[in-house]
Write a protein that binds this ligand. Structure first.
Ligand code: CDP
Length: 249
């Protein structure tokens, strides 16, 4: 993170025309893959993320099994074509880190103790990346886990706030992430206010941290509504489409 380009204009707007506390547009669709137990597709600005969930199923190899609860295994992957520079295929430190923090966030909400020795496998494929993919991945993964019918207390909603040109802003885009001063991605259980993911890159004062955290938490509450809406549209029964006999059954 360096700050050698101007990221906020004289009009107070950001490079893509957003206000400080404005999210990029988000679209979420649940149940997009036939071969997975649960799935979700999410577009967040120019990020495109596909998530497939399998399980609960017997954890393999057996030494991974926990007799008290299911394990949550997340594989985050950026497609080779997801960025303007080719991404080298296969695991790397960053993908391993994002997989780990996403699994830990989800373990807080999934009722793993109902499925001893099982594994819940979550595959996050980033098809296009434009900063904020860990938040996009975790948000979509929560919808996909719910879509798989896996018991969970609540969904996790995720979003980042950060600092650019000395100002706290929501949901950093790629240039803002590259040339800004700080990025603070969080994962929030919107219903309880519990924070299950908190990372920080760069520097913030205590006051800036509090402002950024509040901004990201508010955004997570909004995102939670979008996640619920995605599940509602997947499972809503449209009684108007049924003939009378069907509707009465
Ligand atoms: O994506 P997120 O912001 O969660 O993670 P990051 O490590 O802060 O990466 C920021 C952005 O850099 C990604 O969203 C991608 O757009 C880009 N990136 C890339 O193009 N190639 C990589 N190997 C890693 C990151």
């Amino acid at each position: 993170m360096t700050d050698n380009i101007k990221l906020i204009g004289k009009d107070g707007l950001r490079l893509d025309g957003r206000k400080a506390d404005e999210l990029r547009p988000i679209k979420i669709q649940a149940g997009v893959l036939d071969n997975a137990d649960g799935s979700a597709y999410l577009e967040w600005g120019n990020n495109k993320v596909l998530v497939a969930v399998y399980g609960p199923r017997e954890a393999q190899p057996k030494y991974l099994q926990n007799p008290a609860k299911a394990i949550v295994q997340v594989t985050y992957n950026m497609a080779a074509f997801s960025s303007d520079e080719r991404v080298r295929p296969g695991p790397n430190r960053r993908a391993t880190e994002i997989s780990k923090i996403t699994a830990e966030a989800l373990e807080n909400v999934i009722l793993t103790n109902q499925f001893p020795r099982a594994s819940i496998d979550v595959y996050i494929e980033v098809i296009e990346a434009d900063a904020g993919t860990r938040c996009a991945g975790l948000t979509a993964a929560s919808v996909a886990v719910a879509d798989a019918g896996i018991p969970m207390m609540n969904m996790v909603s995720s979003c980042a706030a950060g600092k650019i040109d000395g100002q706290i802003v929501l949901d950093l885009g790629k240039k803002e992430d590259n040339f800004g001063q700080a990025d603070l991605p969080i994962g929030l259980v919107a219903r309880t206010g519990e924070i299950v993911l908190l990372q920080m890159d760069g520097h913030l004062t205590q006051d800036e941290f509090k402002t950024a955290l509040k901004m990201a938490m508010e955004a997570c509450k909004h995102i939670h509504g979008l996640q619920q809406e995605a599940l509602r549209s997947r499972y809503a029964v449209n009684f108007a489409d049924m003939d009378d006999g069907e509707a009465e059954q």
